[in-house]
Design a binder for this molecule. Sequence first.
Ligand code: FO1
Length: 315
Amino acid sequence: MPLVEGRKLRKITALGGGVGASRLLLGLYEVSAPARLTIIVNTGDDIELHGLKISPDLDIVTYTLAGIVDPAKGWGIRGETFHALKRLAGYGRANWFNLGDRDLATHIHRTALLAEGKTLAEAVELIRTALGVRARILPMSNDPVPTIIESNKGQLHFQEYLVKRRAEPVVQGIRFEGVGAAHPAPGVLEAIREASRIIICPSNPLISIGPILAVSGVREQLRVRKTHVFAVCPIVAGKSLKGPSDKMLVQLGHEPTALGVAKLYADFTGTFVIDPADKAQAVAISALGMKVAVLPTVMKTRAQKDKLARALLNL
Ligand code: FO1
């Protein structure tokens, strides 16, 4: 029985980006009605390389729900080969961003659609339906909003910081370039307004959720729906579930703890979900004006993903 009992008609909206989010999204996709699920995805990680428009977080979510993601890496396509990238390197082109042969087809297709006048949201819709994904996937914006890391090694595009430089530079600031002029993609604000449950996935609060919140109207709309917002903490026992969130939080003067993340989300979150490892912080988090739910948030297996998703829908 794939549907959560008695919840068949509820609309669910999830916000996230990257590998951490996609684990929970797969659970939500499996235990809820996919046609009632809308996913709003970070596009701050998007980058142009070799003349191609690459949207890593959108692709991670789409490939995961399509069942074709590389399970070991959590990004890219399963069984991937890298012949084209080797040839590109032979021409002297940068090869630090590992674009597989099958993955390249997506980037070529998206770049062509955009060149033909489609918006990013329209391109995403065509790609996800072609891959058989039944949930609606929305980019946070059709306007480019690249995340720029201000660091002790200068200003770096987020992918240069994360992949090329392995998150080694010390982060001094984060900018979402162009966000002041960016509009939410069609359907984004409505999806937050109309959902009976809004789930903030366990993604990096600074560079995965942060860019979505920075798009005009999104944070305000979440505040209006605060009691319906459930945020899953991406930090467990002081460590990131995935990626460099813990290190980035420290470098920017935040606590790398569940409480530290709760402080960043307190204005728009009704229920903050923490792992049993952090239950000692529940009282301090409640004092920020949120309910606290204690649920196992470490998701390695399919069963753990489904279990957390089901628990979130039944809270
Ligand atoms: N992450 C890496 O650590 N190394 C890579 O070479 C890399 C390539 C890549 C290609 C396509 C894609 O969709 C994602 C890719 N990622 C890679 C993941 C990506 O950099 C990040 O995990 C996300 O942007 C963070 O959410």
